[in-house]
Each structure stands twice: as structure tokens, then as C-alpha cells.
Design a binder for this molecule. Sequence first.
Ligand SMILES: C[C@@H](O)[C@H](N)C(=O)O
Ligand SMILES: C[C@@H](O)[C@H](N)C(=O)O
Lengths: 165, 165
Amino acid sequence: KAMVVTGVAHDINVARIGLFDVPDKPGIAWQIFRSLAGENINVDMIIQSAMRDDINDISFTVGRTDLRKTLEIVEKIKDEVNIKSYSHDEDVAKVSIVGAGMVTNPGVASLMFEALAQESINLEMISTSEIKISCIVKSTQAEKAVRALHKKFNLDQEQPCDCCS
Amino acid sequence: KAMVVTGVAHDINVARIGLFDVPDKPGIAWQIFRSLAGENINVDMIIQSAMRDDINDISFTVGRTDLRKTLEIVEKIKDEVNIKSYSHDEDVAKVSIVGAGMVTNPGVASLMFEALAQESINLEMISTSEIKISCIVKSTQAEKAVRALHKKFNLDQEQPCDCCS
Ligand SMILES: C[C@@H](O)[C@H](N)C(=O)O
Ligand SMILES: C[C@@H](O)[C@H](N)C(=O)O
């Protein structure tokens, strides 16, 4: 399992925004991200999990310098899109493990979550793809998280630098 | 914008599970995915967006043939992990756009959501990475979604086959 992961990456220029209780119907995500794209806001992660009843939550991350402008846009479109409430936090960081073929290896995500749980690091957001698993954690815990992941996946020997930082 | 996207992928062997109101504290994700990995369940997407108060929802997808066993495991760990409720749906499919450098292009996600919204396709889950944006939609709409995405990103000319299907 450990060989599948070839690197650990982290990014501290991260602010997360959570939009709560948006209508779960076609066109809502489009209205939100069209407004952000229109103002040239560079969105990194977009995460929406399963709905409950006819509402859903959508979270996304932007660079910290874009946070103020992003919140102005969210406030502007809030009524039109019917966003019940929203939250934000700029004291967060993204930590990721990267490697080809992770998705076919059921234990890799579990190992990553184990490494972070053993350091009492709370996972605020999670997103996975075939070659990368990313978690949002408190920025004060980012260094500890990166060290724990290097150790868990045996990458701490002579690793010159994180890949895809 | 359109040139950044080099392919459209889809996967119909998808079942989604939503776990609702789990405690938002370190170790919960580990307990859930350790139990699934222990039974060799191959989890594809794991999605968790921002928490509210001290609870959070976690959604994930598995191959349809693993759904029954997955639900047995969720039912078994439900009380120990404190999962308030869960839902599942196997009539879903994953549609994705792929391409290098998408994340630095704010409009790409918005264009994808536009293409799907214009076909009245509801986005049930969303997950993004640097090179791929994936949405879970109803399986009855998967073909329509793939066609709309090919068209929106000008990929419908002589495209021999979807990449990374
Ligand atoms: C919540 C939002 O994603 C909605 N389901 C949509 O399709 O736009
Ligand atoms: C909800 C769950 O992800 C929890 N925050 C954890 O760290 O495990």
C-alpha cells in the first residue's frame, strides 16, 4: 500500500467557504461558479456531497487573497440563488498525498486518515481523485500533518521536497 | 477555456452512499474507511464538505457490485461511529471532464456546470482536482451529460473515444 503513494503536498494559501442549504436543483452550481468566474476568482477545490431532502451544501476553496472579494460575491448572489447561510475560514491548509493508481488500492485513504487521526488532526474537508487525496485541516496543524504523512507512507527518507506543492 | 479540457469520461458502475451527521472530530473518517478497507471494498470518490456545528456529512462511491456489502458494513459500524442516518443510490453515474491546468482556469468548472444545467441535469455530488472535475448524476442522464460536455468543450469532432473512462 505504501509504495503507491509517491509524495506529499501541502498548500497554506487556502481559504474555505461553505454554502449551506442551497436548493438541490439543476442550475444552482452554475449560477454560483459563473458569478465567481465572472469576477476572475480562481477556485481550487469544489466539494458537494449527497443531498438531504431537496437541499444541499457546497464548499469550495480559494486563495486567501481572494477571500474578501469571494465573500462580497456570495453576499450579492445569496438571495437570488437562495443560499440559506454561509461560513468561511482562512486559517486552513490543504494537505495531500499523491500517487498513480491510488484509487484501486482500498487501504490508501484509510492509511492517510489514520496518520492524521493519530495526531488528533481533524479533517475539515476531504476530496479524492485517482491520483490524489486532499484534506483541509487547520493551518496550525499543517506541518504536523505533512510530517505524519511522510512517516506513514515511508517517504521521510531523503525526500528532497514535496511534489506538486 | 475550452482548449484546456482534453476529454470527457464517464462511469456507470457507480453507487453512492451518504453518511449524515457524523461527529466532526479526529478519527471518525479513519474508523469508517478502515472498516471498508478491511473488507476490501474499493472506494472511488470520498467527499466531505464543510461542517456545521460539530457534525458533518461524508459521501463516497463504490462499484455497484460492492453496494450490498458496503451497506452491511455501514449498518455494523453505525452506532460505534455515531452515524445518525445514511442514504444510498445505485441509479447514478459519474461524468467527468479531464485536462491539464484546469485549476488555473476559473471558468472551466462554470462551463461544465452550464452544459449540464442547460440539459436540466441535477448535480448530486461534485469533486474536483487539478486535472479532473467529476459530477455524480442520475444514470438515466449520463449519456445526455456526456454529449452535452463534448459539445460545450468542442470535443465532439472526431473524438475517437473518451479518455480515462
Ligand atoms: C446543489 C447544486 O449542485 C444543484 N444540485 C445543481 O445541480 O446545481
Ligand atoms: C467528519 C470526519 O471527517 C472528522 N472530521 C474526522 O476527522 O475524521
